[in-house]
Design a protein around this ligand. Structure first.
Ligand SMILES: CC[C@H](C(=O)O)C(=O)SCCNC(=O)CCNC(=O)[C@H](O)C(C)(C)COP(=O)(O)OP(=O)(O)OC[C@H]1O[C@@H](n2cnc3c(N)ncnc32)[C@H](O)[C@@H]1OP(=O)(O)O
Ligand SMILES: [Co+2]
Length: 134
């Protein structure tokens, strides 16, 4: 398991891409929309992990709700795992609660699931597995 990315909720990618490019001294390596989640993401490689900036693309997006409630800031931590189905079963046995147990397509060529923050000390946790090459 490794820290795959830190998700940061932002109001405007245009503004925050400029800020993080100056902060990190490098440009993002991609922007990618994930329609199901109502987000556009922007990724920065930082050592072995990444920063994922997230802008809401509609009012129903989890990011829109988060921004309304808490404002801009760290939204979730994502752990990279070898076998996401194995980890879901392991963590269920440990008593963790999943928002949805079924891995779904995420950004940056990943399969993802989310654990509910009420079971993870108030931290939204995402698990990511590299999508197998076709
Ligand atoms: C998949 C694409 C991309 C990738 O990496 O590939 C992404 O990361 S997309 C990221 C956006 N998608 C998600 O976050 C999906 C999972 N999130 C959810 O399903 C919801 O946001 C959920 C269930 C965490 C909260 O939704 P809900 O409608 O219940 O919102 P509430 O505001 O009522 O929150 C309930 C309760 O949870 C607390 N909360 C909400 N968001 C967070 C958060 N990011 N971190 C910590 N806690 C969070 C909120 O404060 C409420 O707590 P309470 O004590 O009841 O006030
Ligand atoms: Co994420």
């Amino acid at each position: 398991m490794k820290i795959e990315h830190l998700g940061i909720a932002v109001k405007s990618l245009e503004t925050s891409d400029n800020l993080f490019a100056r902060l990190l001294g490098k440009e993002n390596y991609k922007q990618e929309a994930v329609q199901r989640e109502g987000v556009t993401t922007s990724f920065y490689q930082v050592g072995d992990s990444k920063i994922e900036l997230l802008e809401a693309t509609n009012a129903e997006s989890p990011i829109a709700k988060f921004l309304d409630k808490k404002g801009e800031g760290i939204h979730h931590i994502a752990f990279g795992v070898e076998d996401i189905s194995y980890e879901v079963e392991r963590l269920k046995k440990e008593g963790f609660i999943f928002i949805s147990e079924e891995p779904k397509e995420g950004a940056d060529n990943k399969l993802v699931v989310f654990l509910h923050p009420k079971s993870t000390n108030g931290v939204l946790v995402e698990l990511c597995q590299e999508k197998p090459l076709k």
